[in-house]
Structures are given as structure tokens and as C-alpha cells.
Design a binder for this molecule. Structure first.
Ligand code: IMP
Ligand code: MG
Length: 177
């Protein structure tokens, strides 16, 4: 059990299981992207640990870029998406893989996808470490997802509670008293 600020969290997904699922996702990308030199647009801050583990298992040429949006405030999604670090790179006629930590309501991805399409990407797919299918509110196709979880708030492996807890190598779930 760990305590972050006012909340307690208990073990949820062990780091060995995360590693297995990330490796399996890397294999799928290896099968699909060889010879295409895609750009992995990684969404900060949460996906930094996932992308680091993921790219070390990719055996095709690719580029990595970062973008930052914000839709979360504490434990609640705010429904609006602010662009904090923009996408200045040229993505015309490029294959894009968006690397995300977790798809919750889908709001962040739903706002990002049209912006990338406008810039002329050849293809766009989402690779997310986690997804909460029960909370998805937007029509979103997530082709690559390492793990699906119930509607619970989690921390660790890049994910935070109010800025803290990203450093844990396993994932923890909030304990409701
Ligand atoms: P969405 O826009 O509602 O899909 O929210 C996506 C973003 O909210 C993710 O990129 C995370 O940064 C954050 N988020 C969603 N669920 C959790 C959670 O359980 N723990 C920590 N952050 C989360
Ligand atoms: Mg995020």
C-alpha cells in the first residue's frame, strides 16, 4: 500500500505484467510498421515511461516527438483540452502513432485526431498503455492497447495523482476507504 497526498493506493498491475503487455504490443507494431518510418507522437507527461520501454523493443526505423495537452485536474477530467506544447513538426504524408498513457473519456484523443488529419498525415493510429472502456465517451478506435481496466483511478508507471506517483514501476489503484 502507498499513500499519495490524501489518498491510499493498493497494488493493481505488477511491473512484470506491464512488461509482458508492453512487449506484446511492441511485437504488433513491429509486424505492422516495418519500412514505414512512422512518427511516434508521445503525449506528455504520462506516456514518458511507456514510450521509453516501448521503443527499446521496436526494430523498425521511427522518429519520436512529444506533445502536451491537459484535460485532467486532480482525479476529474475537465472535458476541455488545452494544448500546452504544440505540434510544430511536418507530418504530411507520414504514418503517425500516437503514444498515450491511458484513454479515459477519450476527450484528449478526440481533439487531437482532427488536428493531425488537417496536417495531412498518411495514417494515424493510437497506441495506449491503458484504456477504461467503461468511461469512453467519444467515438474512438484504439487499435493498439496494452491493457484494459475498470473505471478506477490509478497511479504509477508514468501516471500521476495531482503530479505525484509517476515514478512507481508498478501500477496502483485508489482505495476507496
Ligand atoms: P481523457 O481525455 O479523458 O481520455 O483523459 C486522458 C488523460 O487523463 C490521460 O492521458 C491521463 O493523463 C489522465 N488520466 C485518465 N485516467 C487516469 C488515471 O486513472 N490516473 C491518472 N491519470 C489519468
Ligand atoms: Mg496523459
Amino acid at each position: 500500500m502507498i499513500t499519495i497526498k490524501d489518498k491510499q493506493f493498493e497494488p493493481f498491475i505488477h511491473h512484470e505484467q506491464i512488461a509482458e503487455r508492453v512487449a506484446a504490443l511492441a511485437q504488433r507494431l513491429n509486424a505492422d510498421y516495418t519500412g514505414r518510418n512512422p512518427i511516434l507522437i508521445t503525449i506528455l507527461n504520462g506516456a514518458f515511461m511507456f514510450v521509453a520501454d516501448l521503443v527499446r523493443q521496436l526494430n523498425f526505423d521511427h522518429e519520436i516527438q512529444f506533445a502536451k495537452f491537459s484535460s485532467y485536474d486532480g482525479m476529474d477530467t475537465t472535458g476541455t483540452v488545452k494544448e500546452l506544447i504544440g505540434l510544430s513538426i511536418d507530418i504530411k504524408d507520414r504514418d503517425i502513432i500516437i503514444v498515450e498513457d491511458i484513454i479515459d473519456t477519450g476527450t484528449t484523443m478526440y481533439h487531437l485526431l482532427p488536428r493531425l488529419k488537417e496536417k495531412g498525415a498518411k495514417s494515424i493510429e493510437i497506441a495506449s498503455l491503458l484504456m477504461k472502456p467503461g468511461k469512453l465517451r467519444m467515438p474512438l478506435h484504439v487499435k493498439y492497447c496494452a491493457m484494459e481496466i475498470p473505471n478506477e483511478f490509478i497511479v504509477g508507471y508514468g501516471l500521476d495523482y495531482d503530479g505525484v506517483g509517476r515514478n512507481y514501476k508498478s501500477i496502483y489503484v485508489v482505495k476507496e476507504n
